[in-house]
Design a protein around this ligand. Sequence first.
Ligand code: UDX
Length: 433
Amino acid sequence: MRVTMIGSGYVGLVSGACFADFGHDVICVDIDQRKIDALNANKMPIYEPGLAELVDRNVKASRLSFTTDLAAGVADADAVFIAVGTPSRRGDGHADLSYVHAAAKQIGESMKGYTVVVTKSTVPVGTGDEVERIIREVNPDGEFGVVSNPEFLREGAAIEDFKRPDRIVVGSDDPRATDVMERIYRPLSLNKAPVMVTSRRTAELIKYAGNAFLATKITFINEIADLCEKVGANVQDVARGIGLDNRIGSKFLHAGPGYGGSCFPKDTLALLKTSHDYDAVQRIVETVVAVNDSRKRAMGRKIITALGGEARGKTVAVLGLTFKPNTDDMRDSPAIAVIQTLQDAGATVKAYDPEGMEAAKAVLDNVEYCKGPYEAVAGTDALAIVTEWDAFRALDLDRVKGLMNAPVLVDLRNIYKPDEAKAAGFDYTSIGR
Ligand code: UDX
């Protein structure tokens, strides 16, 4: 099949490269000439394990190419995927659909022959109708179907998630379009990933409901962790104890500093906006959003408590800045609120992250960025681990202690055992243990 991706960002690039690897002919389009030039030189605009090799292999096999020429990319395509950004709109929290609508218009102007237009970007319920209307308006005689096909890719594991998905959701009200989608995903359905065909609006809602449920699961265990601290229980054992119940499931029950990233915060807000518009307010999700927001700053205060209640004049080392490991993404990272809370209380912050420091510099001022974990901890009064990068899991605790002014360790991801940290002479605080 001939597949075109509009938008060569995170989702478009990973999906495009994976489709090419299945043997489809893929063109990835982006308006950013520098990004396309970089991709043509096999330089990845994002950090994602395995992506550069995947792109290189498929470019060499002539199944994958990059261009800024949308019209040429769309003309011969069997399916055109819209994978542009849908950031939260400033002011009202609604998803900003201007890029999606602009893409729809350009696709309508350029398509030839029957074309399936697929929204892969996460878009509010009803966006498919609007995409269809826009295309119809610019191309009244055009033959096309509009489909919703949400992505469920985790950053850092995106290629694995694409190639071995739990399910593929195709929201289509047009049998001809459904048939094209089934052919595109055939290599995956042969691998036994169920392709679930639903109405278009249902598919759009599945994406939001899925992310809101996962955000709820995380927030639930985070609050249970707070209770564990008060009653002297261990949240990891509670999570295991409930997670072994198949009805609950063991994943997404790691207590931590609150969820962040490019999806959960934005998608929960967008779901709430839709729920208000349709007068079906989602009170559970509303609470999840509020609890998660306040948790991030509460984690900063937890570090101040570990410092003895006073941050002024103290220096804190923060290890891990990205919202999770194996990404360079700082969007809505808990580290931002944690560091700002420390700075507001008068502390100086030194920080290190294996991949996120460039992005961190754009959002965090007055931080001393260090070259490695040991440089970061030198001369500090507390060490806070905020993101669980593997590189922080086996620190030489004796060396760390020797470099610090005071051996205070606040482990917001529970990557150390309390006993080992205490045995190494640390005043150790973690989450829910
Ligand atoms: C998420 C969804 O998993 C994916 O299906 C969707 O398509 C996009 O959004 P992503 O944002 O890449 O993916 O990250 P994910 O691994 O899901 O983690 C999100 C946040 O939750 C991170 O801040 C992570 O640290 C936090 N988290 C996750 C926890 O605090 N505890 C957990 O148990 C799991």
